[in-house]
Structure formats: C-alpha cells, structure tokens
Ligand binder design. Structure first.
Ligand SMILES: [Zn+2]
Length: 559
C-alpha cells in the first residue's frame, strides 16, 4: 500500500478535512483508504486492545472456534470451480448445498479483524491468512479472468448472466450474496490486516465484476437485484475508494436496487414483510456511496431506513426480524411466538450501518442503539465456554437457543458470528475534531499515533463507574467527549478529573465535553448511576422487557 510522505499526515486516524488541504491529496491512496474508506472518525482496530471483560472472553472463544477449521476445506469449492484439485473435502451444510464458498470470505474477514485487534496470540491466524491468500492467488490465475468464487457450476453459470439472461440468477442460491463475502474478506484483509496481496486479488476480482455486468441493460441489472446480493454496492464503492477509478463507482451504483430504495428516498416505510438481511447490506452500500459522493438524498434514505428498523421494529435487546423477515411494527405477536426470532446477521449489519451513519453525523443516539445491541444481542450470540454461535435469538417465553458446532454448521450467522468478536473494539472510541469520543464503556486501551494512551477499566455493569487514565509524552489540550447515555437521567452523570468533580451540562443522549490540559497520569472517573426500568414493545402491547441500565434481564409476561 502506498505510504503518505506528507508531513501534513500521520497516516492513521486523522481528520478528513486536514487531508483535503494536503497538497498530495489528489494522488493520495492513504487518504482514500485510511480516511474516506475506513471512516475518518474511526480509530483503526490495531490501535485498540480489549482488557479483561466478557468481551475479551468471547474473543478467546472465537479464536478457538476459528482455529478449529481447516483452511483447505474452506477453500475446496474455489479450487474445484477453477479446475484445480482441492486438497481436502469441502465442508458440509450450507458449504455444500449451493452456497459453497461463502464461509471462506467470512473467515478472511474474521482472521483479518482478529489479527488487527491483537488477538493472534500465537501467530497462527496470520499464517492462515497468508496461506489462504496464496491459494486464492493460484485460483485466480487458473480462472484467468479475475474470478474468485466457489459457486457450484460457476463456469457455465456466469456466461449466461453476461449474455443477459439475468432471470437465471434464481437458478442458484444467491450468487452475488455468496461472492460478496469473498469481496468483503479481501477488503478486510487489505485494510485491517494490511495485506498487499489481498488488495491485488480484490481489484482483479472487482474487474471481473465490472466486466460481467457492464454489458447488461439497466432493466436486466435491476431484475437481477431482486435476488439477495449482499453488499455488492458497498464493496465496489470500497474498491473505488481504494483506487480512485470511477468504473468501480459506476458499477457500485448499478448495484443500487431502485425498487427498494425509491420509497425510502421519499421517506415511506415499505419494509414490512421484506427479508431483513437482504435489505440491510444494500443500505450499507447506499450510505457508503453517499459518503463518497456527497449525495445527501441517499444519506437521508439510509438514515430513514435506520429509524424504521431501530425505532419501530427492534426489541429490547437490539435485534429485529421474525423468521428472517421484518415484522409489522404494529404487531409483534408473531415475533413473540416464533422459534425464529431476531437473526444475528441483521444486528451485525445494523451495527456496521450505525458506525457509518455516526461517521458523518456523530450523535450519541446512534451509540445508544449500538451499545444495547452489542451487549445484549451480539455478545450473547457466542458461547464463551463451549464456543458456538446462534442463528436466531427467540423472544418466545421459556424457549431455547441453538448453537453451532465447528466443522458442522455453516449458516450465514456462523459467518457473521465469527466476524463479530474481532470488531468489538471498533466503536469504543472515535476521533473528534479536537478530541476523542468515549462511546462505549468496554474495558480497553487506545493507543493513538500521536502518543496518547487512554486506558479504560471497569467492572461494568456490576459497578456504576468507569475509570479512564491517560499516558502522554507531553501535556496536551484536547477534549474527551464522554457519552451521556440515554439510560442516565439529566444531572446524574458525574465526571471527576483527578478526584475533583468537573461541571458538565450534558443531556441524554449526548456527550459530556471535558476539555483539559491533560498531563501524564491524569485520571477521569465517570459515575453512571444504574436503575431498573421497564420497556414495552414498540407495538405497545402488554409485553415488556425489564432492563437494568441498558441490560435486559427479563423479557416476560403480560402486565
Ligand atoms: Zn444469518
């Protein structure tokens, strides 16, 4: 990856407007990939380390689960489709029922994020990632046209699509959805794990996508988009952000599903009954394009979608959908009765969308949702003692959950499930214009490129205070923006700097700004008084969740 030599830029995490004024900006790959691409407000995963907490325990469980898989078995469908001899048998379940190859893409993302987050304690994940990229390079060379897919019958299938018979997309199990996972895995390997080989593979694969779709009419393209396609618009926009080549942006926009987007652009909620996880990644792609092009209408549509899902279709623990579909916001009865409650993939994708929306509009209300869904849904989808992931999280009273087993289960939610723990540190902190947002109260340590170490420790939520300490090479004046969550009433949030209470004027949800001339060894204690509250379902029926602060402790019964 090109490295910026400009003294205006320290490469990591700097504010986008500073890059804009840089004389090297026009040709600066670092700017596009680090700032525009990786969201300018986010700190890279490599700068955040988790400390002891249930999140760190889940990371260790995830490491074991990921390493329990054989890369050669994950790669077998790719070698087969390229006419090469697979080294091992492919895995069963969804990996041999038509969606062959999809987990390998998730696996790359999981490895890349876990490595970046400092969880590759013995180097094995790094070795596996390098090995898989080498094997995928061999596959891509054998294919000859940049293709990298495990879809059964690929060689016969894609020429049919190129010829314009796009109705045949339904003859396979979600072909673009499947391929999107490999695109995303290569992107994450490029950005999070900084693997140049992944970038080469990704761009060649992107060229294959451009060539495959460029001859299709808009009608053919739109007809094809009724079939689940993951976030193809997002990854093509990502390649545009990395390369600056507009052909990738044009292709990204061709993956915008107009019949789904148009009501949202008009501010109309037509999502009831739609397959939830088909739609959420499309919106992530729409917002990605809007961020790159400055399209405010598209940005508004993405925010409207987020509102419809979070405010009207989400239950207390942050999940949405029943049997994978968006429920009627006036009737949660089906969700209460179904064995198939909120799906993990949906919340994984809603968190990614929330990060994107926050990046251009940093409001604490986005973090309130994120915190609720991360603690109550995402963290609960992995069993730390016997590693495995859940697909559905039913809210049916006295019901149970089913956990996956390594090498046996290859559901979609296993794929997103193995990605989640590597991303726990993604949103704890964010860079503000003149300071740092403290978004989440997860024990962790942030080390910025300009020499600040911000350490956060607590026994949250068993205790009601989080403790921050700063290490600095020299005194520095900046603001800590400490999130005042919705669940702490106005006037109840207390901030002490080196033991002395400082005046703050925040209202929930917002940020308490603490500007200070910080010195090495300074300490900040934040009191977050906790309480029990009751929250009804959005349909206002006689069902309620009982919450302790943000944590759901019971979801039960008529009242
Ligand atoms: Zn899923």
């Amino acid at each position: 990856m090109a490295v910026c030599s400009s003294q205006h830029c320290d490469l990591i995490g700097n504010a986008y407007p500073r890059c804009r004024s840089c004389p090297s900006y026009a040709n600066c790959e670092t700017s596009r990939s680090r700032n525009s691409f990786r969201k300018y407000l986010a700190f890279p995963l490599s700068q955040v380390r988790l400390l002891k907490s249930p999140f760190a325990e889940a990371v260790e469980a995830n490491r074991k689960y990921v390493l329990a898989h054989d890369p050669d078995r994950l790669l077998a469908p790719f070698l087969r489709e390229a006419g090469l001899n697979p080294k091992k048998e492919p895995y069963p379940n969804w990996k041999s029922q038509g969606l062959d190859g999809h987990t390998a893409g998730h696996y790359l993302s999981a490895l890349a994020d876990m490595i970046a987050a400092g969880n590759d304690t013995d180097g094995e994940m790094g070795r596996r990632l390098d090995y898989m990229l080498l094997e995928l390079e061999r596959v891509q060379k054998a294919n000859g046209d940049g293709y990298l897919g495990g879809l059964p019958g690929s060689r016969d299938f894609w020429p049919i699509i190129v010829a314009g018979d796009t109705g045949k997309i339904w003859s396979k199990w979600a072909p673009w959805y499947n391929l999107h996972k490999m695109f995303a895995g290569l992107r994450d390997s490029t950005i999070a794990a900084e693997k140049p080989k992944a970038r080469e593979l990704l761009i060649k694969f992107g060229d294959w996508c451009v060539n495959t779709t460029s001859g299709l009419t808009d009608a053919q393209m739109q007809g094809m988009l009724s079939n689940e396609y993951g976030g193809m618009n997002e990854v093509m926009a990502d390649i545009y952000a990395m390369t600056g080549d507009k052909k990738y942006l044009d292709t990204a926009e061709r993956f915008n599903h107009r019949s789904f987007f148009e009501p949202l652009l008009r501010g109309e909620d037509k999502v009831t009954g739609l397959h939830a996880n088909t739609q959420i990644p499309k919106i992530i792609g729409l917002e990605r394009i809007a961020t790159l092009t400055g399209n405010e209408r598209q940005d508004s549509a993405a925010r409207f979608f987020w509102d419809t899902v979070v405010k009207h279709r989400t239950v207390a623990f942050g999940g949405n959908s029943v049997s994978e579909h968006f429920n009627d916001p006036t009737d949660f009865h089906p969700m209460l009765e179904s064995r198939e409650g909120p799906e993990t993939c949906n919340t994984y994708n809603m968190l990614r969308l929330t990060e994107q929306l926050f990046a251009t509009k940093p409001e604490a209300s986005y973090v309130d949702y994120y915190e609720r869904a991360l603690y109550n849904h995402i963290l609960s989808t992995i069993d730390s003692e016997t590693p495995g992931y859940v697909y559905f999280t039913p809210i049916r009273p006295e019901h149970y959950r089913v956990y996956s087993q390594p090498e046996q289960s290859f559901w979609c939610c296993v794929g997103t499930g193995m990605e989640n723990p590597g991303r726990y540190g993604q949103f704890i902190y964010a860079r503000a214009k003149e300071g740092i947002y403290v978004n989440l109260f997860i024990p962790s340590e942030l080390r910025t490129s300009d020499g600040l170490t911000l350490r956060q420790e607590n026994n949250f939520p068993s205790e009601q205070t989080t403790h921050l300490s700063l290490k600095l090479q020299k005194p520095s004046n900046f603001a800590l923006y400490i999130r005042h969550p919705q669940w702490v009433p106005e006037g109840k949030l207390t901030v002490r700097v080196n033991g002395k209470v400082v005046p703050i004027s925040s209202k929930p949800p917002s940020y308490a700004m603490v500007r200070h001339q910080w010195r090495d060894g300074d300490k900040v204690d934040v009191d977050l008084p906790m309480r029990i509250t009751v929250e009804r379902l959005p349909d206002k029926s006689n069902w309620a969740a009982i919450l302790y602060t943000l944590l759901e402790i019971l979801s039960d019964g008529a009242w």
